[in-house]
Write a new protein. Structure first.
Length: 402
């Protein structure tokens, strides 16, 4: 499974109505153009690329370096889906806050409408992607946005975002379901850490131990395989014995709770933990994926089981940040990668006035040209589309010019 991550500074505010209306129109036109030219699966692949996604948001006129580009861009795509329906070429579900909890119902309706036979599989993918990024990868970012995109054939991708209010930062997670192998073991294709790009005052150093953004636990790391297996084995033990071990290792002498383990503070009532443990035990999970998917099992339960698996079975956990997996060309600090999406703000300007205020006349002209091209192509007139393709090729050839 391709899964990518981008870190962004946390910004408040929202797009004004006049801008969001234009963003919706342009997002719809761009999506239809890509679907018509390359197919709906290509649109999903691009949404699953955090760099393309950021460039897309810049073209739509939102702040180039803001966490809000995620929620607003996804919101514009969903509004475009409401307006165009099947003509958009992809289906958009989910959203920010409470809207995200409607995703299963939206996916069920879409499955019925489009005749997708595997609606339950899509709902499972939505639920588990959120579970992995909120409970299995505990990186101090709390998920508050979850958008699910799919094709009429049932291909899917997820764009979701978490926030760290103490650090005023957000992290965006991208999933592409076409290459699913193991949802709980190294689902990352790459990790994009954009955090170090913004402002001259950032050192780019990793957070110090004990800082709010310190990674607590990475249960999807390859090196945590034994810990995952031991966690599932533990939950099948007698709940009374298991809860006694939790108490022993979290409240007992430090001899049994080494300080190097970063998940000691469970911060949960024992009665609630007992209820979750008993429920999970009764479901008799045979592997970590099933355990993680059990209702009620969240970050606290996963931390407790990971701690016990390490201390009792000597099955090591992992505190490795998924961002460490990024290759040199994929690193967020690459100036070329920054330019490739930040420069797209020059298409129409940005909401915050950077690099200049949104040029409404140019924005409307872009919407008109692209909308006409899509409409003409669907009516069989390819001349306008071919002209746009020639213009794009010229733009790419000039990309390296001084």
């Amino acid at each position: 499974m391709k899964r990518r991550v981008a870190n962004l500074p946390l910004h408040g505010g929202q797009a004004p109505a006049w801008l969001f209306k234009r963003m919706t129109r342009l997002a719809g036109a761009v999506t239809m153009a890509i679907v018509d030219e390359f197919g709906p699966e290509e649109m999903l692949a691009r949404l699953a690329d955090p760099w393309w996604f950021q460039a897309f948001g810049c073209v739509l006129g939102f702040d180039w370096h803001s966490s809000g580009v995620t929620t607003v861009t996804c919101g514009a795509l969903k509004q475009a889906y409401r307006q165009h329906g099947k003509d958009l070429g992809i289906i958009v579900a989910g959203g920010k806050g409470g809207v995200s909890r409607k995703t299963p119902d939206e996916l069920a309706r879409a499955s019925d409408e489009y005749g997708i036979n595997e609606g339950d599989r899509l709902i499972y993918a939505s639920r588990m992607s959120a579970k992995v990024d909120s409970a299995a990868v505990q990186d101090s970012f709390d998920i508050y946005h979850h958008s699910f995109f799919l094709t009429p054939a049932g291909q899917w991708c997820v764009v979701q975002q978490g926030m760290n209010e103490q650090q005023k930062a957000a992290r965006r997670y991208h999933w592409l379901g076409e290459s699913v192998r193991d949802i709980v073991c190294e689902p990352h294709a790459a990790v994009k850490d954009v955090d170090g790009l913004f402002g001259a005052g950032r050192s780019g150093k990793k957070p110090a131990a004990g800082s709010p953004r310190q990674l607590l636990l990475n249960m999807v790391a390859e090196e945590a395989d034994a810990n995952r297996k031991a966690s599932a084995e533990l939950i099948r033990e007698n709940p009374d014995w298991l809860l006694e071990q939790v108490k022993r290792y979290t409240e007992g002498p430090t001899l049994f709770a080494p300080t190097r383990h970063r998940v000691l503070d469970l911060d949960v009532s024992r009665s609630r933990l007992r209820k979750i443990v008993v429920t999970a035990h009764e479901s008799d999970p045979q592997d970590f994926e099933t355990l993680l998917g059990t209702k009620g099992v969240g970050a606290t339960t996963v931390r407790a089981l990971s701690l016990l698996a390490e201390l009792i079975y000597e099955a090591p956990s992992s505190q490795r940040d998924p961002a460490d997996a990024a290759g040199p060309d994929e690193a967020a600090g690459s100036p070329s990668r920054q330019r490739r999406w930040a420069d797209y703000s020059y298409a129409h300007g940005g909401k915050d006035g950077t690099p200049f205020p949104v040029d409404r006349e140019t924005f409307d002209r872009s919407i008109d040209v692209l909308t006409r091209a899509v409409r003409s192509a669907r009516l069989g007139d390819n001349d306008r589309v071919e002209a746009l393709q020639r213009l794009a090729r010229v733009g790419r050839s000039d990309d390296g010019a001084a």
